[in-house]
Design a binder for this molecule. Structure first.
Ligand code: GTP
Ligand code: MG
Length: 506
């Protein structure tokens, strides 16, 4: 470091030929005010004494005079600064909780909100007693305490039994959910060589670990998940456990229903189902067909809206999930107006997930069909949802009675042009004779015909549909009133005839 002259010498010596306004070493050796203040702190730290050696003025830190300074009274001095009053918290919870639960509203920038405040702890698992929730503090403790005896949850044995039953049901539901949520608890039992029910292997289609892994891949990579339902039996083809999983683990993903195959049911049934399902989630009616579709415009419009919501992203992915054979791949083909996914009238056509570009900003993901394992579903339920390939079923005729119970007689009569059967066996025999499907010795080929009927049922040749719960009740009430009217008419007629007889005899 040196003065300007020395510095110039050094640069010449070292061959530094740069010119311009270079900062040279030691160019500015003046101290600025901050530095001066800092150094004075050291300087001024000595006390000043008089000749006798008494301190006249103490060093800075030895000074005894009390400065006039006041601390601002604020509760932040005494507490964590992240404090919110109970009222404000309650208000926040109510307002945001409502928005979060409403599937028609979207919370943007959720990670900037204190979402953890919304989650109230699951009290059922915590051993802490929450006395103050049932009794006020002053009634429980202190001189005015009124609580003498402990409160017992049940007053007699019956109530205890009820409580236990309720707990048990909750526990079983939880177990079932755990079994379906990828942990596949049921499967392990089967690996050990035993299971609760003897089930044919084909009835576990769509439940394998491989398919569930595909499902999780699809859910993980999509922002919008479209749950495809069969309009003929939407409740049967909905996967409750997957929905529960999504609301719990991925609440920020949008889940909507698409009611496919609307062409196979009357319009009023589709409308009733849309009304029923819309209470839970946004629902669209759809008919997948490349040439003659329904609902395509509104679905694309909805996807566009989602992509606008996430305009900060480069693209959004839309996953299609649902039971096998509900038409997930067909919907994708319809949206693209081109055959981009393999489609077949047999379940399990799509084997692995597949990415398809719909627009620059919207990607679609096709997923293999999944079947949530459930202990409640019977084999008939599974078969009649079109989950299983009919040709692999043994003794197909055993499922015909439940099939007949789901269809109306007039539809069966119209489809097969036969009438007047008593029961399922009679129906099959009649049909076999009509179609000339006989075995050796003139025996009707019941199992072959049964398989054909099942296939027709699943492919939509036989019209059938389930009604939403509200409609079902309405229909019941209507039928009851009709029956009553009929009975009234009959009794009136009987009265009239008896009166006529009386007049004749008199
Ligand atoms: N009538 C009618 N049939 C449909 C409709 N959508 C799909 N299908 C038929 O349903 C069958 C199954 O369609 P896919 O698209 O292969 O079903 P998927 O859900 O992809 O089935 P997996 O890949 O096995 O899970 C096909 O034969 C389609 O022609 C629809 O809206 N109306
Ligand atoms: Mg498919």
């Amino acid at each position: 470091m040196g003065t300007g002259k020395k510095e110039k010498q050094r640069r010449i010596r070292q061959g530094d030929t740069r010119d311009g306004n270079l900062r040279v070493k030691g160019e500015n050796f003046y101290r600025n005010s901050k530095r001066v203040q800092f150094l004075n702190m050291y300087k001024g730290s000595n006390d000043i004494r008089n000749k006798k050696g008494e301190i006249v003025r103490g060093a800075d830190l030895q000074d005894r005079t009390i400065p006039t300074a006041r601390v601002q009274p604020d509760r932040r001095w005494f507490n964590s600064t992240r404090v919110i009053s109970q009222d404000a918290l309650k208000h926040f919870r109510e307002a945001l909780g409502e928005t979060q639960k409403d599937s028609y509203q979207v919370l943007l920038k959720r990670n900037k909100l204190p979402m953890s405040l919304l989650e109230e702890k699951d009290r059922s698992d915590s051993p802490n007693a929450n006395i103050l929730e049932t009794e006020s503090y002053s009634q429980t403790f202190g001189p005015n305490a009124q609580r003498k005896k402990p409160r017992i949850a049940a007053s007699n044995l019956e109530e205890v039994a009820q409580i236990i039953q309720k707990d048990n049901e909750q526990y079983e539901e939880k177990q079932e959910l755990n079994a379906t949520l990828g942990l596949m608890g049921n499967q392990e039992d089967e690996d050990n060589g035993w299971s609760n029910v003897a089930k044919e292997a084909i009835f576990s289609k769509g439940q394998s670990k491989r398919i569930w892994n595909e499902l999780y891949k699809v859910i993980d990579s999509s922002d919008v998940v479209i749950h495809v339902l069969d309009a003929r039996d939407p409740l049967g083809t909905s996967c409750k456990s997957v929905e529960d999983y999504m609301t719990k683990e991925t609440p920020h993903k949008h889940l909507i229903y698409v009611l496919n195959k609307c062409d196979l049911v009357p319009t009023w049934v589709a409308a009733a189902w849309v009304k029923h399902l819309s209470k839970r989630r946004p629902t669209l009616a759809f008919h997948a067909s490349i040439t003659n579709s329904f609902g395509k415009g509104s679905l694309i419009q909805l996807l566009r809206q989602f992509s606008q919501l996430h305009s900060d992203r480069k693209q959004i992915s839309v996953g299609f999930i649902g039971y096998p054979n509900t038409g997930k791949s067909s919907i994708i083909n319809t949206l693209r107006k081109k055959k981009v996914c393999q489609v077949a009238p047999i379940p399990g056509e799509t084997k692995v997930w597949q990415y398809i570009t719909l627009m620059k900003k919207i990607f679609l993901i096709d997923c293999p069909g999944i079947v949530p394992p459930s202990t409640k579903d019977t084999e008939e339920d599974i078969l009649l949802r079109g989950v299983v390939r009919v040709e692999n079923v043994t003794n197909a005729e055993q499922y015909i009675p439940s099939l007949l119970s789901r269809c109306q007689v007039k539809h069966l009569e119209r489809t097969y042009e036969i009438s007047g059967w008593d029961d399922a066996t009679d129906f099959l025999q009649m049909l076999a004779r009509k179609q000339g499907r006989l075995l050796k010795g003139g025996e009707p080929d019941e199992s072959g015909v049964a398989k054909q009927v099942l296939t027709d049922f699943n492919r939509g040749k036989i019209p059938w549909f389930m009604l939403p719960p509200e409609k079902e009740e309405e229909e019941k009430i209507k039928e009851e009133s009709k029956n009553k009217e009929r009975i009234k008419k009959r009794s009136n007629e009987a009265d009239e005839t008896s009166q006529e007889k009386k007049t004749k005899t008199s």
